[in-house]
Design a protein around this ligand. Structure first.
Ligand SMILES: O=c1ccn([C@H]2C[C@H](O)[C@@H](CO)O2)c(=O)[nH]1
Ligand SMILES: [Zn+2]
Length: 138
């Protein structure tokens, strides 16, 4: 799976976004170390706070299936029904969930507006001085 294909998978995953409150549709595609890819979308809720981000949907799907070793995630988002025009960066909660399973120095986060226009960061760049399992001796 190339980076371009991973961004494309995130664009496809975005089609399933359930965002009737924010009207902001997000898609994510998580690449596992073994090459498996999990899509995720944001799933909102009438009570607001139970809503889940696209990134965590993808990560939790993968963890449920037994994956804990991840290489990269692609994220795309923007107002529903419109072409994506701006980069969508993972929220703080999702960065912390990534920190649970991913090596901050090597896990790559692709943020794009299309499969030809995207930037790449490491988790360490997006979540410096982080707190993780090692801090609890795990
Ligand atoms: O990286 C992000 C940023 C926001 N959202 C979702 C949460 C909420 O449903 C909507 C507006 O914040 O977008 C994501 O899924 N991922
Ligand atoms: Zn999030």
């Amino acid at each position: 799976m190339t980076d371009i294909e991973l961004v494309r998978a995130a664009i496809t995953a975005r089609e399933n976004a359930y965002a009737p409150y924010s009207h902001f549709a997000v898609g994510a595609a998580l690449l596992c170390a073994d090459g498996t890819v999990y899509g995720g979308c944001n799933i909102e809720n009438a009570a607001y706070s139970p809503g889940n981000c696209a990134e965590r949907t993808a990560i939790f799907r993968a963890v449920f299936d037994g994956h804990r070793d991840f290489a990269a995630i692609a994220v795309v988002g923007g107002p529903q029904g419109q072409p994506i025009s701006e980069l969508c960066a993972p929220c703080g909660v999702c960065r912390q969930v990534m920190r649970e399973f991913c090596d901050p120095a090597t896990f790559r986060i692709l943020m794009g507006t299309s499969d030809t226009e995207y930037i790449e960061s490491t988790l360490e760049e997006l979540l410096p001085y982080s707190f993780g399992p090692e801090n609890l001796g795990k």
